[in-house]
Design a protein around this ligand. Sequence first.
Ligand SMILES: Cc1cc2nc3c(=O)[nH]c(=O)nc-3n(C[C@H](O)[C@H](O)[C@H](O)COP(=O)(O)OP(=O)(O)OC[C@H]3O[C@@H](n4cnc5c(N)ncnc54)[C@H](O)[C@@H]3O)c2cc1C
Length: 428
Amino acid sequence: MEIDTRKNAEIRHATCCVIGCGPAGAMLGLMLAREGVDVLVLEKHSDFLRDFRGDTLHPSTLEIMDELGLAEGLLELRHTKARRITARLPGRTINVADLGCLKTRYPYITFMPQWDFLDFVTAEAGRYPNFRLEMNAEAKGLILEDGAVRGVRYLTPEGPREARALLTVSADGRSSPFREQAGLKMVRTSPPIDVLWFRLSRREGDPEDTFGYAGNGRFVAVINRGEYWQIAYVIRKGEYQSVRAGGLEAFRRSVGEAIPEFAGRTGEVGDWEDVKLLTVQADRLRRWHRPGLLCIGDAAHAMSPVGGVGINLAIADAVAAANALAEPLKAGRVRGRDLMAVQLRRWLPTRVIQALQSFAQRRVISSSLSPDGAPSLPRLAGVLLRLRPVRDLPARIIAFGIWPEHVRYTEPAVRAGRTQGARKESVR
Ligand SMILES: Cc1cc2nc3c(=O)[nH]c(=O)nc-3n(C[C@H](O)[C@H](O)[C@H](O)COP(=O)(O)OP(=O)(O)OC[C@H]3O[C@@H](n4cnc5c(N)ncnc54)[C@H](O)[C@@H]3O)c2cc1C
């Protein structure tokens, strides 16, 4: 570390500097460190505690963790599982996705608090001497020199700092200001919905499954989180203020009408503070990179919550980035085509999932929100969904997306670079 007296900012050097330690940044940090790259991850918060974030780990992510030798340890943390997702419509119940039919060691969605996942991943990454994580470190501006990004200026409680790096990765989520600063253009879409998240207690005799209610003006997802139910109550875009103006009692009544078996416990929503608004956003960058900079995860493409895929796509981006960039980073030269390779690998899976989410939002969710409405599928889709290979498609897409990412083989010599005390079972 050296002091830059000119700017009075301490300077850190790293081969790769990752802005943001969400699922994308944490996984990229872990994977690059594992490959022997000197990586510095900056996180603006002092911890990972944030309620109602992407808590849904799909089989694609569990398989990645398995390839890293970490799935077993991860699944020792508290979690719940859902093998099947059903939808209760007026007068009938349908199977939306049965992950149990998939050929994978992990045929279920794992619900785990995101902060537990991030604590786990960063603890694993911390076993590598070339991984550094700075908490309370808020990136403020890219360092641009000769048309290339050379690092980032950031603020810590101890004062301003600079991280100088061969590559800077923006993994700072869907509000990242660095895309604009880097001149990267965004394609925005306008999802017709927002989501209100809250909890209700789970009681003896409650069902075990995770399900949704759709129809008669409401769309509600009900997720079994062990000791409580996590409820996603979908509203039309921009309707939040009028829902609030209608009063808490009317909201509770509406929830009770949507989920009659929980009507007796809606009083647990004691205050609007218990209800968190997720403003649904869906967008994507046209170009994910410029010299010295790559965007991944929500910073490259904010996803709608439909299907709970956001965290899994963010992790898949991190794997693709580590696979494509570890060698160039170690060689000290990252070319435009190396960065382009990451976008080419991840663009289509992202684009297709966004298109499917948009379809689901308009044809299934929005149509359920109109009074006396019910989800509407084109007739052809209804017929095709009765055929076995097509019937398994929703489960396949939720589980693996369009194509899964796999961890590239690592030389044992690199893995031997782990510090002493590394858990043996984590090294494959
Ligand atoms: C309320 C809510 C519910 C959701 N539910 C689901 C779900 O059920 N399933 C699902 O798959 N997805 C869900 N998502 C989306 C999911 O959380 C994201 O897709 C996923 O977390 C994206 O990961 P990421 O690492 O790209 O970005 P993020 O998770 O947004 O992480 C970005 C990180 O960067 C940090 N950061 C931001 N700015 C800076 C800065 N200037 N300097 C340093 N650090 C910075 C942030 O503190 C954060 O830790 C939900 C999102 C929200 C908001």
